[in-house]
Design a binder for this molecule. Structure first.
Ligand code: UGA
Length: 449
C-alpha cells in the first residue's frame, strides 16, 4: 500500500521505516531539511536498536524515501501524522501547533477515500475537532495511537501488543471485525488499517476498533497508569527510608501477585523522557478544561513524588560527604533518561548531574549513547566517553541510568582500582549492594537500608 508519514521524529521515522520493512511503499515527510537529508542517506538520526538496518534496507529496496515536500503525500492511501505534541511553554497543556500545521499542510494533497491516521499523543477531543477539516476533502480521519517504547521502537511498531483505531461514530457502529464496508458501501477505514498492519493482524494481535475519544484516551491513560505505578513504588521507597524497609524486596514480593506484576515497580530516581512527564501534565490540563480536574488530581502527586526522588539522590551524595559536595569529584554514570536510548529529554539522570554541579561538585558524566546530546544541552559539565576514564579519581560514583556497562559489567573491585573515594549512590537500585559493600564501598540505594 502507498503510505505517507508526516513528521519524521522518533515516532515517524521509526513508523516509516517499519512500514516499508513489512512491504509498503512509504514516503516520510518532515519540515526539517537536515533530518530528511540524514534519513535519505539511510542514517538513523537517533540511537534506536534495529532502526539503521530497516532504514538502509527500505531505501535500497526503493520502498522508502524521505522528502520535505508535502506534495509527495499525494497518491498515498493512508497518511500517518506523527508530529510532536510538546508541553506548552507557558503551561501544562499540550502544544498542538505541529499537529495543526501538519493537517493543514496535508489538506491540499488529500483525495476522496484517503485516510488520515493520527498517531501523535493528543488531548482527548482533538480528533473530533480536526475531523471536519479532513472530511471536507472527502478523506476520513482516524486516530491510531502509538505505544512504542524507546529502545524497543522497531519491535513495538511491527509487532505491538495491541493495535487501537479510533473511528468517527458512523464507522464505529458498523465495525465488528468482519465487515469491510458500512451499510452504504463505504469502505471502513479500520479495515484499511488492518491491511496496513497485516503481519501483526495475521498473528492475532488484539485489534481494538473504537470511537475517536476512546482511542485518544487509551494512549494518555496507559502512560498515566505507568507513571502512577512508578510513583507508587517510589512513594513506598520514601516510607522505606524512614522505617528501614527495603523497597526492592517489597517490589519483588508485590510483583508475585499477578494482579500487580513486577514490571514498572523499579524504584529509583523516577521517570523522565519525552512522553510520561509531559503526557501526565497534558492529561491534567485537559481534564481541568473538561471540568474534571479532580478525577486526575492524583497525577499532580505522581509528578511531585517523581521529582522528589531526584532531590533524594542528590541529598544522598551530599550527605555522604557530611553536607557539602563542594570540590568533590563526582562521577555520574548515565545521562540518558533510560538505557538503550540517547534521549535526554527530561532525563532525571542529567537533572541530578546538573544539580550536583550547581552545588559545587566537579561533575564528570559518562554514557554509552547520550553524551553528545547531553553536552549540547549542558556544555558546562565534563563529559568523558570512556567509563573507566570517567571513574578515575572519583570521590563518589552515582548510577543514574542502568546501562549494563555500569550495572552488570562494572565490578566494585575494578572500580576500586580507579576511584579515589569509596562512596557509591545507586539511583536505580541496579547494583549488587552486598558485593559493593564487601569490596569496601559505602553503598546508598533508593529506599533501601
Ligand atoms: C513510554 C511508554 O512506556 C510507551 O508505552 C509509550 O508509547 C511511550 O512512553 C510514548 O508515549 O511514546 P518510553 O518513554 O520509551 O515509553 O519509556 P519507558 O520505558 O516507559 O520509561 C519511562 C521512564 O520511566 C524512564 O525514565 C525509566 O527509567 C522510568 N522507569 C521505568 C522507572 O523509573 N521505573 C520503572 O520501573 C520503569
Amino acid at each position: 500500500m502507498r503510505l505517507s508519514v508526516i513528521g519524521c521524529g522518533y515516532l515517524g521515522a521509526v513508523h516509516a521505516a517499519a512500514m516499508a520493512s513489512i512491504g509498503h511503499d512509504v514516503v516520510g515527510i518532515d519540515v526539517d531539511e537536515r533530518k530528511i537529508e540524514t534519513l535519505s542517506k539511510g542514517e538513523a538520526p537517533f540511537f534506536e536498536p534495529g532502526l539503521q538496518e530497516i532504514l538502509t534496507e527500505g531505501i535500497e529496496s526503493g520502498r522508502l524515501r524521505f522528502t520535505t515536500d508535502m506534495a509527495a503525500a499525494s497518491g498515498s492511501k493512508v497518511h500517518f501524522v506523527g508530529v510532536g505534541t510538546p508541553q506548552q511553554k507557558d503551561g501544562y497543556a499540550a502544544d498542538l501547533t505541529y499537529v495543526n500545521a501538519a493537517i493543514d499542510g496535508l489538506l491540499p494533497y488529500l483525495s476522496p477515500g484517503d485516510i488520515v491516521a493520527g498517531k501523535s499523543t493528543v488531548p482527548v477531543g482533538t480528533a473530533a475537532e480536526l475531523a471536519p477539516r479532513v472530511e471536507a476533502t472527502g478523506a476520513t480521519l482516524v486516530w491510531n495511537p502509538e505505544f512504542l517504547r524507546e529502545g524497543w521502537a522497531v519491535k513495538d511498531t511491527i509487532d505491538p501488543d495491541r493495535l487501537v483505531v479510533g473511528v468517527s461514530s458512523h464507522f464505529a457502529r458498523s465495525t465488528t471485525g468482519a465487515e469491510a464496508t458500512t451499510g452504504d458501501g463505504e469502505v471502513n477505514p479500520a479495515d484499511v488499517l488492518r491491511e496496513v498492519y497485516h503481519p501483526a493482524v495475521a498473528k492475532g494481535t488484539p485489534f481494538i476498533v473504537t470511537d475517536l475519544a476512546t482511542s485518544e484516551l487509551v494512549k494518555v491513560a496507559a502512560n498515566a497508569f505507568l507513571a502512577t505505578k512508578i510513583s507508587f513504588i517510589n512513594a513506598m521507597a520514601e516510607i522505606a527510608e524512614v522505617t528501614g524497609a527495603d523497597v526492592t524486596q517489597l517490589a519483588d514480593a508485590l510483583g508475585h501477585d499477578e494482579r500487580i506484576g513486577r514490571r514498572f515497580l523499579g524504584a529509583g530516581i523516577g521517570f523522565g523522557g519525552g512522553c510520561l512527564p509531559k503526557d501526565i501534565r497534558a492529561f491534567s490540563a485537559r481534564a481541568e478544561e473538561l471540568g474534571r480536574g479532580e478525577s486526575v488530581a492524583f497525577l499532580r502527586e505522581v509528578d511531585a513524588i517523581n521529582l522528589r526522588r531526584r532531590d533524594r539522590a542528590v541529598d544522598l551524595v551530599v550527605n555522604a560527604f557530611g553536607g557539602s559536595v563542594f570540590k568533590k569529584n563526582v562521577t555520574v554514570l548515565g545521562a540518558a533518561f533510560k538505557p538503550h536510548s540517547d534521549d535526554i529529554r527530561d532525563s532525571p539522570a542529567l537533572d541530578v548531574a546538573v544539580r550536583l554541579h550547581g552545588l559545587g561538585a566537579w561533575v564528570t558524566i559518562t554514557d554509552p549513547a547520550a553524551l553528545e546530546n547531553a553536552q549540547r544541552l549542558h556544555p558546562q559539565l565534563n563529559y568523558v566517553p570512556d567509563r573507566d576514564e570517567a571513574i578515575r579519581g572519583a570521590d563518589a560514583l552515582i548510577l543514574v541510568t542502568e546501562w549494563d556497562e555500569y550495572r552488570r559489567e562494572l565490578s566494585p573491585e575494578h572500580a576500586s582500582t580507579l576511584a579515589t573515594g569509596r562512596v557509591v549512590v545507586d539511583g536505580r537500585n541496579g547494583l549488587d549492594a552486598a558485593a559493593w559493600r564487601a569490596a569496601g564501598w559505602t553503598y546508598y540505594g533508593m529506599g533501601r537500608p
